[in-house]
Structures are given as C-alpha cells and as structure tokens.
Write a protein that binds this ligand. Structure first.
Ligand code: HEM
Length: 506
C-alpha cells in the first residue's frame, strides 16, 4: 500500500490512501450509533471494502463521484475502525472551512516514518491546529511571503527566467520539439531553493536535492500500516528512508549553517535579503522558547520545496498545454501582452502583470480546469461537531473534493471547457480565497489555505507571460495535445506537453 498522503502527496495515491486514512483515524468504533453523514452499507469490522478496489486516486475519485450522486454531497466511508468524511459541495465546504473553520482546521496524526520526515509533526502542513502550527505558519505567511520579502526575490526570478529562456532558445533554433515540463521543473526548483537558502545553488547540488526530494516522495510507507511494529517488520524500507533522510540532512545542513552568521543584505550577486532559513533560525519554538533544531529546519525546508515545486510546475504545464491546444487563446494573450509591454520589450516585468487581465483569466481557468491537487490535504476536526445536521466525530478524517467544486455545472457554465473569458468583466466573479463563497478553491480556504497563494499566482503569471511573449507555441509535428490525466504527486499530464517553439522576435 502506498502512503502518498505522507505529506503533499496526499493528493496522489492508491488503495493505500484508504488504508492510511484508516490509520489516521483510530478509535472511531464508538461512532456506530451517531448520525454520521450517509454512505454505503459497511461490513462489520471491515467497513467499505469496495474502497480497496480503487488502484489510484483518480479511480477513487470516480468511485466517490458515483457515491455522491447516490448519497448526496457529504458522505461517510469506513475502513476498519476509521471514519472518513468526503465533502464535494461548495456550500458545505464553505460551512466547514470558513464558518466552522476553528474546528475543521486540524490535521490527522502522522503515523510511521512520516513522523520522522516531518520531525514529529513540526511542519506547517502536518502540524495539528495549535501553537506550533500557528508560529510556523505565521513566520512563513507574514514573514517570508510578505510583499516586501517576495519583491526582494525579483532578481532571482529574472535570473531563473533568463536561464530558462536560454535553454528554450536552443530548441527554437534547432527546431527540436521541447518537452517543457523538464525545463520548468528545474527552473521552479532553483527559484525555491534560492528563496529557501538565500543563495544561488550550483547545478549539481540542485539536481541532488531534486533527486532526494523526489525519492522520498515516491517511497511507500508500508510501515505506517503497522505503527507499532512496522519499524521491525519493514526494517529494510525503514532503514532506506532513514538513509534518505540522512542524505537530505547532509545536503541541507551546510546550506543552513552558511546562513547562521551572515548579514542579510542584497549584494546584487545572487545573495538575497532574507531567506526562509534566516527566518527559521531566528524563530522561537512555542514550547519553552527554545530555538528550532537543525532537524526541524531540514523538515521545514523540505516541505517548502515539495509544496512549492510540483504544484506550480504542474499548473504551468497544464496552462501551457491549453495555450498550445487553443491557439486563439494564445493569440489573444500575446496581443494583450504586446499591447502593455510593447513589441520589442526584453521581458514582461513583474510590474506589468497587474495590467494583464486576460493573463490572470488564463491562469485562473487553468487552475479551475486542471487543479494540480484534486483533494485538499486531509483535515480533521478538533472536537465533535455537526454539519448539515450530521455528526462529524473527533478522529474522523475530513476530505474536500475541490476539483469537483470547480467543475460543478450548477456553478459554472460549460465547466469542462477551457474558456478564460468567463473570468473577464461581466463574467463569472470569483474569490479564490473562498472567504465569501466557494466556487473554486485551488489553494484551499480558511485557516489552512495555502500560505503561498500570492507567490504561486505571481510565479504562474510571470512565467506564462514571458513564455508566450518570447515564443510561438505549436503542437510538435505529428503530435496532438493530449489532456489525459495521470496521478503522481499531483495530477499531471499523462503525456507531457511536447511543443514546437519559434521566437516571436529576433
Ligand atoms: C499553484 C501552486 C500551488 C497550489 C495549487 C497549492 C495548493 C495548496 C493546497 C490545496 C493546500 C492545502 C490546503 C488545505 O489543506 O486546506 C496547500 C497547503 C500548503 N501550501 Fe500550497 N499550493 C501551491 C504552491 C505553494 C508554494 C509555492 C508553497 C511554498 C513555497 C506552498 C506551501 C504550502 C504550505 C506550507 C501548505 C500547508 C498549509 C497549512 O497546513 O497550514 N504552496 N497548498
């Protein structure tokens, strides 16, 4: 069984999703007589074994869709003693995440090896709703992602963009089709590494860190199935993960120590004002005011990189694929950009982005139609609570099917079409934070909303604008853009986009 709910990967997965959820929600037998949300009949002791037939999260999603048609927008599934609630409807999600946000913002406890990789739930995404989470999240959201701090990385973004453009120009000149995913993934990774460690990192270290992050993500945490004895039964696997963790510490620790005694200033040469590590080194742990340990900082940096790269890269690829498929949308976007920056400008600058309304509409449509994470990370309730008259017991895992919400025919006109115009003036108004109402919430909503929402939007706008401004994107010869989905850590393109690019100006 796979445990890609280990961390961000809760978005991905297989039949193990169900099993892992079981482990995340112990001691819920006492829920039998409560008025839980409806669901299919269960087999005593085992629960809904049909869940296990779903090999991937995409299968599970299809299965859940059928159940929602039958039982309504909120349903209960059980596996063993675990209770899992699934919510597919935007109004209910709003009630839970916003109106009852203080109760629905907890996380299920981590099991197995994930306790080691997240330093005992000392990362933002894994921490329960309490003081550790609050301190870590505030540090990231209002420190590192503060407008002025994000702005101080604009030179980093320019540098990464120029590297990316250099690689793509070679393809344009040779006429070789480009598999854009590989290039944007590397670019996004180097960008986040700079923000994390405050310095440009050489290519071979970037590759090594990328590799170790990936290996840890795809690993199977079988040990989580048997929290008490997993370490003994799956000794080999356990040791492998510990070894990977050591490798990660060896790579990260020198980068962390390098920040310890330095002045934070921008020297114009790739050293940036204030990095994530700098903020963590200055942070006081809520338990007794101690500093964070190096191990905890490693886990937090790792979370930062994982959370930020796959999500953004996947979204970028989906958006570019749609621009290749819908040449009219691409042409309209180029026209808008050229109207704002002029035909000969070197690049689309960050200051220009706010003037590009169609660009924003294209990004939003990309996020609505091809959400990289079809589910939010699993939530839990901090106390028993009622929702729509149903009891949500403490210990249950609450899962929000956010992709479904963006495809709801009752909310969206022709939801499966790619039509950015819907977001233009006079079109469908949307608040992607979901505070007022939920229509599409690619970043979640409420207290656990993605703290990097603005940064992620900036990255998407900046890269898409520059990619289409510099090159004309067409399908590679003999290829069609195939929008089939495949689940890895996020929902990616089954057949990665292959495009032929030509420069728009010399
Ligand atoms: C297109 C890009 C992105 C998307 C679609 C996205 C989406 C999400 C979603 C759906 C969640 C879960 C919310 C919940 O459980 O209710 C989340 C959480 C989180 N994201 Fe993002 N994200 C993106 C980029 C980033 C970036 C760039 C970073 C950091 C560098 C980041 C850091 C985090 C963190 C730390 C959390 C955990 C928040 C918490 O539990 O309080 N994300 N994101």
């Amino acid at each position: 069984a796979k445990n890609l709910w280990l961390f961000f990967i809760s978005f991905s997965i297989s039949l193990g999703v169900a099993i892992k959820l079981l482990l995340n929600s112990p001691h819920t037998n006492s829920n039998n007589n409560k008025n839980l949300p409806p669901g299919p009949p269960t087999i005593p002791f085992f629960g809904n074994l049909q869940l296990l037939k779903n090999k991937t999260l995409l299968d599970l999603e299809h299965f859940l869709r059928q159940l929602h048609d039958k039982y309504g927008p909120i349903l209960t599934l059980r596996l063993g003693s675990s209770t899992m609630i699934f919510i597919s409807n935007h109004k209910l999600a709003h009630k839970a995440l916003i109106q009852k946000g203080s109760i629905f913002s907890d996380r299920p406890p981590s099991q197995g090896i994930s306790r080691i990789t997240n330093s005992n739930q000392h990362t933002i995404s894994s921490a329960g709703y309490g003081s550790v989470w609050r301190v870590l999240r505030r540090n990231l959201a209002s420190g590192v992602f503060h407008h002025s701090c994000v702005k101080s990385y604009s030179r980093g973004r320019e540098w990464v963009l120029s590297q990316l453009m250099g690689e793509l120009r070679q393809h344009a000149e040779s006429g070789e089709p480009v598999v854009v995913f590989e290039h944007i993934q590397y670019a996004m990774f180097s960008l986040l590494l700079q923000m994390c460690f405050g310095q440009k990192i050489d290519q071979s270290t970037v590759k090594k860190i990328e590799d170790i992050q990936r290996r840890m993500l795809v690993g199977n945490d079988i040990s989580a199935l048997f929290p008490r004895i997993g370490k003994i039964i799956f000794r080999k696997w356990w040791n492998e993960v510990l070894q990977m963790r050591r490798e990660k510490e060896e790579l990260f620790t020198p980068l962390i120590r390098a920040r310890k005694d330095r002045e934070y200033h921008q020297d114009g040469n790739g050293t940036y004002a204030f990095s994530y590590v700098d903020s963590l080194l200055g942070l006081e742990h809520p338990d007794g005011g101690r500093k964070l340990t190096e191990g905890e900082i490693v886990s937090l940096c790792s979370e930062f990189l994982t959370a930020g790269t796959d999500t953004t890269t996947t979204s970028l690829q989906w958006i570019m694929a749609n621009l290749v498929k819908h040449q009219d949308v691409q042409a309209k976007l180029v026209e808008e950009i050229e109207g704002v920056v002029g035909k000969e400008a070197e690049e689309v600058r960050e200051e220009d982005l706010n003037k590009l309304h169609y660009l924003k509409a294209v990004i939003l449509e990309g996020l609505r139609r091809h959400l990289p994470t079809h589910f939010l990370l699993p939530h839990a309730v901090s106390e028993e609570v009622t929702l729509e008259g149903y009891v949500i017991p403490k210990g249950a895992t609450v899962n929000f099917m956010v992709a479904e919400m963006g495809w709801d025919e009752k909310v969206w006109d022709e939801p499966m079409a790619f039509r950015p115009e819907r977001f233009l003036d006079g079109g469908e108004k949307v608040d992607i934070t979901g505070s007022r109402e939920i229509k599409m919430v690619p970043f979640g909503a409420g207290r656990r909303i993605c703290p990097a929402l603005n940064l992620a939007m900036l990255h998407l706008q900046y890269f898409v604008a520059n990619l289409v401004r510099e090159f004309e994107w067409k399908p590679a010869e003999g290829e069609e853009v195939d929008l089939s989905e495949k689940l890895e850590f996020t929902v990616i393109m089954k057949n990665p986009l292959k495009a032929k690019i030509t420069r728009r100006r010399r």
